[in-house]
Write a protein that binds this ligand. Structure first.
Ligand SMILES: Nc1ncnc2c1ncn2[C@@H]1O[C@H](COP(=O)(O)OP(=O)(O)OP(=O)(O)O)[C@@H](O)[C@H]1O
Length: 244
C-alpha cells in the first residue's frame, strides 16, 4: 500500500535564502513523526508547503495516493489533512464553542452536524466547561487546546501540529501529551514540530531533523537522538532514556 503522505524533493526559496531544500520523506498511516531542528531550520515552511499555505518552487506532495502539490489549504483540508498554527488565530469575537463550530463547518454539510461535532471535540480535549467562555482572556494552555480542537473538528486523518506545547507550563505540557496520545489512539496520523524535546521524544516513534532547510537525519527516535551530527547541530544533551 502507498504511504499516507509522500513528500519528494520539496524546495522553497525566499529571495536568496533556500528555506526548504530538497526534502523528501514518507509517512505511513498511524505514524507519529516529530520534526525538530534549530530556529529558522525551515520546519514551519515545510508544513506550509505540504498543507497548502505556500506553493513550493520544486517538488511534489502526494496524500492518499493523490498529487496535491499546489492545492489550496481548504481543498487539502477537505481531503483529511489539517494543521494547527504556532501563533494561535482564534476569532476573538466568538466564544470557545463557536470557534470550534466554524472550524467544523469546513467539512460538515449542516450547521447541526457542525455543532454536534464541536461538542464532541470539546469533550474530547477537555474544554467542555469553557465552551461559553470568551477566548480573549483564555490562558495559553487552553488557547493551545482550542487550536487543537479546531483542527480536530475538521476530522483529519493526518494532523500537523506546529508547536502546540510552546509557552506551556510543565503540567499543561503533561496534559497536552495525554490529549495527543488519545488523538493518536483515535486513529489520526500525526506530524509534530516541537522544541519541547521531552514531549516530542516521548510521543514520536520517528524523528525528522531539519538543519538550514535540508534533511539532516530521519529515522527512529532512539537512533536519531544519538546521531552525533544531530547532537552537534541541535540537541546538545538529551537523556537517551527519556525517549519513546
Ligand atoms: N515568508 C517569508 N519570507 C521570507 N523569509 C521567510 C519567510 N518565511 C520564513 N522565512 C525564512 O525562512 C527560514 C525558515 O523559517 P521557518 O519559520 O520555516 O523556520 P522554523 O524551523 O519553523 O523556525 P522556528 O523554530 O523558529 O519556528 C528562516 O530563515 C525565515 O526567516
Amino acid at each position: 500500500m502507498a504511504p499516507l503522505l509522500t513528500v519528494e524533493h520539496l524546495t522553497k526559496r525566499f529571495g536568496g535564502l533556500t528555506a526548504v531544500n530538497d526534502v523528501s520523506f514518507t509517512v505511513e498511516e498511524g505514524d507519529f513523526l516529530g520534526i525538530i531542528g534549530p530556529n529558522g531550520a525551515g520546519k514551519t515552511t515545510l508544513f506550509n508547503l505540504i498543507t497548502g499555505f505556500l506553493p513550493p518552487d520544486a517538488g511534489e506532495v502526494r496524500f492518499k495516493d493523490q498529487p496535491i502539490t499546489g492545492w489550496k489549504a481548504y481543498k487539502i483540508s477537505r481531503l483529511g489533512m489539517t494543521r494547527t498554527f504556532q501563533i494561535t488565530k482564534p476569532f476573538g469575537h466568538l466564544d470557545v464553542k463557536e470557534n470550534v463550530v466554524v472550524a467544523a463547518l469546513q467539512t460538515s454539510s449542516t450547521l447541526r452536524e457542525a455543532r454536534e461535532r464541536a461538542e464532541g471535540v470539546l469533550r474530547f480535549v477537555g474544554l467542555e466547561s469553557y465552551r461559553d467562555r470568551s477566548i480573549t482572556h483564555l490562558p495559553m494552555g487552553l488557547k493551545k487546546k482550542l487550536e487543537l480542537a479546531k483542527a480536530l473538528a475538521t476530522r483529519p486523518s493526518l494532523l500537523f501540529l506546529d508547536e502546540v506545547m510552546g509557552g506551556l507550563a510543565s503540567d499543561e505540557v503533561q496534559d497536552m501529551m495525554e490529549v495527543l496520545r488519545k488523538v493518536r489512539e483515535s486513529g489520526v496520523t500525526l506530524i509534530m514540530i516541537e522544541h519541547v524535546l521531552q514531549a516530542i521524544t516521548q510521543l514520536s516513534e520517528r524523528l525528522l531533523v531539519l538543519h538550514h532547510g535540508a534533511k539532516l537525519a530521519h529515522g527512529s527516535t532512539r537512533e536519531v537522538i544519538r546521531d552525533p551530527e544531530v547532537v552537534e547541530a541541535y540537541l546538545g544533551e538529551v537523556d537517551p532514556d527519556a525517549v519513546h
